[in-house]
Design a protein around this ligand. Structure first.
Ligand code: ZN
Length: 296
């Protein structure tokens, strides 16, 4: 720990290699939260977080999975939300929820996996219904979630259930939630089977690639996080009463899954790989992130 602090102190000294140090290495090395008031800083895919709290590894209605990753840290509002949603899961026949990655102890870019999950406001929730809440650490490393989408990506599998839909609906109706990412086939199924006359909650369910073994809940910027950047709102559709069960959704199935074949005669210009979160240095992140990193 002392060595880590010395390393960071050296990196933060003016005129040093800080500008070149990879932010994901620095944040990935943090084992505990910063000692600050809780705050989400920056944007979901370019930021960090102060004063995060750890989701208890096991609670009355949840277990955190893959503990070795040390990514069960979130903004207190996210931790409360997950506890609430896991209680809701028990009202739909599940024992609770298995919770995947939230954020690193101080958020920030990661050395593997997600582009987002950087400010303590994103969480992955397993599609595998929790049946027992006494999984050992070793079991939580070993067992896998289940795919609720078919291999051809076009429909849901027999693992999909009314309980999944009810739990995601409850999440979408929660005012703290900004959006929920899930495989397109799942949203299509939800659009088909939603029975309520008010389907506006479906607007928060956003189709995306992957996300067939978990769904990803993103919260809005909480009060007290002045440096948190809200995403461009999805209100444009909402104001028209839209629920996203439309052509945009079908685009995922018709276009995204069936991209036009590239013309082999066309000469390809070598495209440089776009810079992503794994390339970020501290200079790319909000200035407050250096303070978050240097906290004891
Ligand atoms: Zn995620």
């Amino acid at each position: 720990m002392v060595r880590t602090l010395l390393l960071i102190a050296a990196l933060l000294a003016p005129g040093t290699a800080l500008a070149e140090a990879k932010a994901n290495q620095l944040f990935g090395a943090m084992k505990t939260a910063s000692r600050h008031q809780p705050a989400a800083i920056g944007s979901y895919a370019k930021g960090c977080a102060a004063g995060l709290v750890q989701l208890p590894e096991t609670g009355p209605t949840w277990q955190a999975m893959r503990l070795s990753r040390n990514r069960n840290w979130g903004h207190p509002e996210m931790i409360r939300f997950l506890q609430d949603l896991s209680a809701e899961a028990t009202r739909n026949g599940w024992r609770g929820l298995y919770i995947g990655d939230i954020s690193q102890p101080r958020g920030g870019p990661m050395t593997s996996g997600h582009a987002s999950h950087q400010i303590g406001l994103d969480a992955d929730i397993w599609m595998l219904p929790a049946t027992r809440l006494n999984l050992s650490r070793a079991e939580r490393e070993k067992i896998s979630s289940i795919p609720v989408r078919s291999a051809d990506q076009r429909s849901v599998t027999s693992h999909w259930s009314a309980a999944h839909q009810a739990i995601m609906r409850a999440a979408a109706l929660d005012d703290r939630v900004d959006r929920i990412f899930v495989a397109a086939a799942v949203k299509i199924e939800m659009c088909k089977t939603a029975t309520s006359t008010d389907t506006r909650w479906l607007q928060k369910i956003r189709p995306i690639y992957g996300h067939d073994t978990h769904f990803h809940v993103r919260l809005k910027c909480p009060a007290g996080s002045a440096g948190c950047e809200t995403q461009s709102p999805t209100v444009a559709q909402l104001s028209k009463g839209g629920n996203g069960c439309d052509d945009t959704l079908m685009w995922w199935v018709t276009e995204y899954l069936n991209p036009p074949k590239a013309d082999p005669k066309k000469k390809k210009d070598p495209q440089p790989r776009p810079r992503g979160p794994r390339d970020y240095t501290m200079a790319d992140l909000p200035a407050q992130c250096a303070t978050v990193l240097s906290s004891q």
